[in-house]
Ligand binder design. Sequence first.
Ligand SMILES: [Zn+2]
Length: 93
Amino acid sequence: MATDYDRPRVESKDESLDILGPGRNSAQAAVADVEESDTAESFELPGADLSGEELTVRVVPRQADEFTCTRCFLVQHRNRLADSAESICMDCA
Ligand SMILES: [Zn+2]
């Protein structure tokens, strides 16, 4: 009686492991989607006091040793400048 009862329990354990694998991957993809759209709201964690965080995490304007690529419009460091005449980064060159 006891041995018959144990066998199906081992099989169901393997099934739950298979479900965990792809489930964790899709959860990570969902987090990536949230970061692209609305980061400010997703950082509001329940119970966490983030009232002082806005002062330390701020958007820094373009620095003197950086440039804005005229094709992808990303601010990049000067050593990634491929064409100084047109301000094009190495990714777009
Ligand atoms: Zn670029």
